[in-house]
Design a protein around this ligand. Structure first.
Ligand SMILES: *Cc1c(COP(=O)(O)O)cnc(C)c1O
Length: 369
């Protein structure tokens, strides 16, 4: 039986992990990626250790310590961490069950309880674009500065045809595991408007341990997927995490002083160019299901390892959820979605996924979509 994985670097199948392991990058590749991003997003690009460091830098550049920032209520812990590191306050905004994004209604509601908010981070959850004209109008009316987060949505277009990343004062990208550009770790920020506070662009080289972890993760993933056929893939991965040869995405440290590795710059640029050629941006198709635990078990029986879907808590991963003090009452939709969502990896064809889709369909909540 063929096993299909969501996670464990399954997007590096077919020997891609070999290329990742041996690609050589140069200083020139760092410069080329910066140049490319500056042009594509029409601003001044800097390269960062990861997406959260890029976000912290942009918040520090455009806001004041103590400012409140409106943020999607269905998100990744990295976003919360970045806002906290910039000494600002996240205000979680409830999402629509159809798009997983905030809407003008939920924005209005959150803003009326927190009218000191100065900024808003657009996330385009799982590659679904926000209703940009409405959000822009809302931001303008309330004097809010927009930052765009492309971790899920590099290459995505808004309903009005503009590309995501070309609207706000600044744009950040994550090149972390399974993001729309994936080089295991890495990130970038593009400053599109003059900033209030000068920031220092990251220039220190990556720590050797981070460099090695980024190099070897796809190979470890391939090994662990193979070992899954004899049922010890999971144990192998857990061991690698324990001895710190593999780092879980959420644990990647925020550090605004370091840049990514040179080979990562080279690979990121290739992926951006591929994105352009394909035309179709990667989107993680989602649906809301009943009895997700049972469904995941059934999927496993059919050879589909889907457990790494996004997200099992409104701010994920679950092991950090308590730290966030999430406003559960104010975000009922985000709570509901976290309980019922399942989403598909974007690196398999529909044909590969057909048996899984058939099974998922029988669990689908009809009332929603
Ligand atoms: C993953 C993620 C980030 C930041 O990613 P890093 O792991 O720090 O590279 C930012 N925003 C969203 C929405 C994300 O999912």
């Amino acid at each position: 039986m063929k096993h299909l994985f969501l996670g464990m670097a399954a997007n590096y199948e077919d020997g891609e992990w070999l290329r990742h392991l041996f690609t050589r990058g140069t200083r020139r590749d760092l410069a080329r990626l910066k140049e490319y991003l500056s042009k594509r997003y029409d601003g001044k690009a800097i390269l960062c250790k990861n997406g959260r460091s890029a976000l912290t830098l942009m918040l520090e550049a455009y806001f004041e310590p103590g400012d409140s920032i409106l943020v999607n209520g269905f998100t990744c812990y990295a976003v919360y961490e970045a806002i906290k590191a910039a000494k600002m306050k996240p205000v979680f905004v409830d999402v629509s069950k159809d798009t997983l994004n905030f809407t003008t209604e939920t924005l209005n509601e959150a803003f009326s309880n927190s009218s000191s908010a100065r900024g808003i981070i657009i996330q385009n959850t799982l590659g679904n674009p926000v209703d940009i004209l409405a959000v822009e109008e809302f931001a303008k009316r309330n004097n809010l500065t927009i930052i765009e987060d492309l971790a899920h949505s590099a290459g995505v277009r808004y309903p009005d045809g503009r590309e995501a990343g070309t609207v706000g004062v600044a744009t950040i990208c994550s090149f972390g595991k399974e993001k729309s550009i994936d080089t295991i770790s890495g990130g970038a920020a593009i400053m599109r408007r003059p900033c209030k506070h000068a920031i220092k662009a990251p220039s220190k080289v990556p720590k050797p341990s981070d460099h090695l972890r980024a190099r070897f993760y796809p190979m470890f993933g391939a090994t662990s997927r193979m070992l899954s056929y004899i049922k010890i893939g999971g144990a192998f991965m857990r061991l690698l995490v324990k001895i710190h040869w593999v780092e879980r995405s959420a644990d990647n440290k925020l550090d605004t002083t370091r840049r990514p590795s040179k080979f990562q710059a080279k690979l990121a640029l290739e992926q951006f160019e591929k994105l352009r050629r394909h035309g179709e941006p990667p989107i993680r198709e989602f649906c809301l299901v009943e009895n997700r635990t049972t469904l995941l078990k059934e999927l496993r029986k059919k050879g589909y390892f889907f457990d790494g879907f996004w997200y099992e808590k409104p701010v994920s991963p679950a092991r950090y959820y308590q730290k966030v003090h999430f406003p559960e009452e104010a975000c009922p939709n985000a709570m509901f979605v976290a309980e019922h969502i399942i989403n598909l990896p974007n690196y398999y064809t529909r044909r590969d996924l057909r048996p899984a889709l058939k099974l998922i369909k029988t669990y689908k909540m009809e009332a929603i979509k």
